[in-house]
Structure formats: structure tokens, C-alpha cells
Ligand binder design. Structure first.
Ligand code: SF4
Length: 364
């Protein structure tokens, strides 16, 4: 179904079916009980790249500790990163902080209502601005994320790569037609947009589309033409690469040495145990000896396996009793000796938090 064929009547029929389905099948999520744009914004940012089931507890904790724009703007970055710890893609947390400062400076602390003003906030793209303006302010702004792309590409039988401009514009156009149809019928724009997100998350899923339960199945092109598996036509993912790293858990009088990561790049600004790449065939113990000398007392701690984008990382933790002259080692410059309480309060990359937990388990 090309865009030009997706006319008003079809859009209205589809919007009606989606809204009726959403009313009965929407999951009960905490941010769906509020129209506070701040709360919706935080939820939408957390939901980028992260599953709903994970986000719920993070969102609750965030809202109880930083309930509004003013408290977020005033919070130190380490506290914000600690609240975000484990969600990954930490740039999102930095953008929230920057955007809160922007709202204080340019909107007197009140969350902006105009779509263009929402879009101007740091870290807010067209999808997030559309979600906030439709859900919090009932404005007919469309949304298009991975879930919505999947639903619309299948429903309308759009075969092009959705990342390419022409196909992407077509999909935005269909999303806009649906939310405009809901608006014209006096329905809530946020409910329409959330029905698309919800359908993609729970029914029209990537692996197992449950077409028999879908409210728009009768008009769905992919279902009729048996193309559900092949749509949307996403490019193949890059192959993962295997990486090994060694983390040195240096101990001295009940404290451990931590370093802060650089301000830019992966896990920017988080704290971690001093870490270095482990060449193929090398052992973590040999790497520790090369760093700290043959006399250093070294014991294996644990291996943490995790992924960052396409890298599958084995992080091998070794405990090292801190030898003399240690602070001169280049790997450790800028480090900070931390007792258990300080360590618990610092924001750590998730793999390093697991090493810290493994360490405290061996102590108790
Ligand atoms: S009928 Fe199937 S493929 Fe089509 S939109 Fe519904 S769940 Fe997706």
C-alpha cells in the first residue's frame, strides 16, 4: 500500500481499530498513569534501547529521587549516573541533565509545550518529541521508532530499507496520517501513538508476529501476501567481535583503586577498575605480573561476560595486593582509593559493578 493510497478513510478505520485494541490490551505501566511531561520524557528516554521490564524499577527510583526538572538540574552528575547505572548508553543521562538546565534557563523551569521547543532539548529527536507532545499534550505529532517501523512496514507492505530517506519519509507520513485521523475523530493522540508502540512491542514482534491477535490483521498487506518474515527490510547486522580485557582489582588496607573513564566515548564519566586489553593467548595473571612485578600477590577473581554494541567482551578480574611504588604505574594515574561505602555510591559500568559485587562476596 503506497503512501498516496493511505487515505483518510483507511487511516480512520485503522486508527479506530488500534485505539479499541489499545484500550483493552495496554500494559499497566507506571508512566501511563500521568500526564506530567517530565515523567513521560524520562520514561521515553529510558525506553530507548532498553526493555520495558528493565525500565520500570529504574523509572520509579528516578522519579522518587529526582521528581521534577528543578531537582534534576540541581543533581550532581555522579548521582545521576548512579541512578542510570546498568541502563547503558549513558549519554542519555547526560542529555537529560543538560536538557533540565536548558528548561530552567529558557522556559523558567516549566516543561515546554510546543513541539519545536521540545525538539530543541538536548538529546530529544523527532520520535521523543512526538511521544511527549502527543502523550502529555494531546498534540497530533507522529512517532516512528523500531517497533512502529515494524508495524507500519508490515501493515502497508513497505519493502524499502526503513533507514533510507525515501522509505523513512513514507513511514513518517503513514504515522502522521494515523495520529491526525485520531485527532480528527476527537481521540487522544498519545493513545494512538502508544497503540502503535504497544502493538510492535507485544504482538507484531520481530520474531513471532501474533497476527491472529492483531487488530489490523484484515487490512495487513504483509499478512495477506505472506511477507511478514521479510518485513521490514533491515540491513544485516555487523558480525560481533570477541574481545578480552583484564581488570586489576588492586587492594590496600580494605580499599580498592578506581579510575574514572574519559568524558567522551563509551561509559563516559563512569568509574571502573583499571582495565587493559588482553592480547590473544595472554593470561590475566601474566598481564598483572607484567604491570606490577613478579613479587605482586595475584589471585583470580571472576570473569564477567557482557556486550557493548557489536563487541562481546570477556572481562577477567584479578585481585592484586597493592605492591610498593604502585601509584607510579601509568595505568593507575588519576586513580582513587575507595572503601566499600564510597564504592557503593560511585557510578560504575555494569560489568565493573559485578566485579565489585564478586569482590564483596569473597570478603563476607
Ligand atoms: S497482521 Fe501480523 S504482520 Fe500485520 S500488523 Fe498485525 S501482527 Fe503485524
Amino acid at each position: 500500500m503506497p503512501k498516496s493510497d493511505f487515505q483518510t478513510q483507511a487511516a480512520r478505520r485503522t486508527a479506530r481499530a488500534l485505539l479499541a485494541w489499545y484500550q483493552r490490551h495496554a500494559r499497566d505501566l507506571p508512566w501511563r498513569h500521568t500526564s506530567d511531561p517530565y515523567a513521560i520524557w524520562v520514561a521515553e528516554v529510558m525506553l530507548q534501547q532498553t526493555q520495558v521490564a528493565t525500565v520500570v524499577s529504574y523509572w520509579r527510583r528516578w522519579m522518587s529521587e529526582l521528581p521534577d526538572v528543578a531537582s534534576l538540574a540541581a543533581a550532581p552528575m555522579d548521582r545521576i549516573l548512579r541512578l542510570w547505572e546498568g541502563l547503558g548508553y549513558y549519554r542519555r543521562a547526560r542529555h537529560l541533565h543538560e536538557a533540565a538546565a536548558h528548561i530552567l534557563a529558557h522556559h523558567r523551569g516549566r516543561f515546554p509545550k510546543q513541539f519545536e521547543d521540545i525538539l530543541a532539548l538536548p538529546g530529544v529527536g523527532r520520535y521523543t518529541a512526538g511521544a511527549i507532545s502527543s502523550i502529555a499534550f494531546d498534540q497530533p505529532s507522529p512517532v516512528l521508532d523500531g517497533n512502529v517501523i515494524r508495524v507500519l512496514a508490515r501493515f502497508c507492505g513497505i519493502a524499502g530499507d526503513p533507514r533510507r530517506s525515501a522509505t523513512n519519509q513514507t513511514l513518517w507520513g503513514i504515522s502522521a496520517a494515523l495520529v491526525s485521523a485520531a485527532h480528527a475523530m476527537g481521540e487522544h493522540c498519545g493513545a494512538l501513538n502508544q497503540s502503535l508502540m504497544e502493538l510492535g512491542a507485544t504482538t507484531c514482534t520481530a520474531r513471532n508476529a501474533a497476527c491472529s491477535l492483531c487488530p489490523v490483521r484484515r487490512a495487513c498487506v504483509a499478512r495477506r501476501e505472506n511477507r511478514v518474515e521479510s518485513l521490514p527490510a533491515l540491513p544485516k547486522r555487523a558480525r560481533p567481535t570477541q574481545v578480552r580485557e583484564v581488570a586489576f582489582v588492586l587492594q590496600r588496607q580494605g580499599r580498592v583503586l578506581m579510575r574514572r573513564r574519559p568524558k567522551a566515548g563509551i561509559n563516559a564519566g563512569l568509574w571502573e577498575f583499571p582495565t587493559s586489553p588482553l592480547p590473544h593467548g595472554a593470561t590475566a595473571t601474566a598481564a598483572a605480573r607484567a604491570q606490577f612485578g613478579a613479587q605482586a600477590h595475584i589471585t583470580p577473581l571472576m570473569v564477567v561476560r557482557h556486550s557493548i554494541t557489536t563487541r562481546r567482551i570477556s572481562l577477567i578480574g584479578v585481585r592484586v595486593e597493592a605492591p610498593r611504588g604502585l601509584s607510579a604505574a601509568p595505568l593507575l594515574r588519576g586513580g582513587r582509593w575507595c572503601g566499600p561505602e564510597v564504592l557503593a555510591a560511585l557510578p560504575l559500568a555494569r560489568a565493573h559493578r559485578r566485579l565489585a559485587q564478586g569482590l564483596s562476596a569473597t570478603r563476607s
